[in-house]
Design a protein around this ligand. Structure first.
Ligand code: FES
Length: 108
C-alpha cells in the first residue's frame, strides 16, 4: 500500500437530541463520511488519500466537521453537495475550498 499524501478525518460523534453542544452526527456527518469514502473509490484517489471517522474534534457547533491533513484545513457545515468539490479541488488539485473553511475567529 502506498503512503497516502492526504488523510481526511470526519467527525461522526453523536450526542443525544437536545444536547447543548450538538454533534456532527446530528447534523448528518455519517452521510458525509459515506459519500467521501465512495468518492475516493470512484475518483481513483485510493492510495493518494485515506479517510477515517473520528470522535469529537472540538468545534461541535459548526458540524459536520471535516479535516484534511497534512494541510491542517478544517471544513465546517459540510453538506453532501460539497463532497465532490473537496475531493476534486483539494485532494485532486491541492487547492483548499475557501468557502467551507472554519473561520479564524472560531479558534479564539
Ligand atoms: S461532535 Fe463533531 S466536532 Fe464535536
Amino acid at each position: 500500500m502506498p503512503k497516502p499524501s492526504y488523510h481526511i478525518l470526519v467527525c461522526t460523534n453523536s450526542r443525544p437530541p437536545g444536547h447543548p453542544r450538538g454533534s456532527c452526527g446530528e447534523t448528518g456527518s455519517n452521510a458525509i463520511f459515506e459519500k467521501l469514502s465512495m468518492g475516493i473509490e470512484q475518483k481513483g484517489l485510493f492510495g493518494k488519500c485515506m479517510i477515517a471517522n473520528t470522535g469529537c474534534l472540538g468545534p461541535c457547533g459548526v458540524g459536520p466537521v471535516v479535516v484534511v491533513y497534512p494541510d491542517g484545513v478544517w471544513y465546517q457545515k459540510v453538506q453532501p453537495e460539497d463532497v465532490d468539490e473537496i475531493l476534486d479541488q483539494h485532494i485532486g488539485q491541492g487547492k483548499k475550498v475557501d468557502r467551507l473553511e472554519v473561520p479564524d475567529e472560531l479558534w479564539g
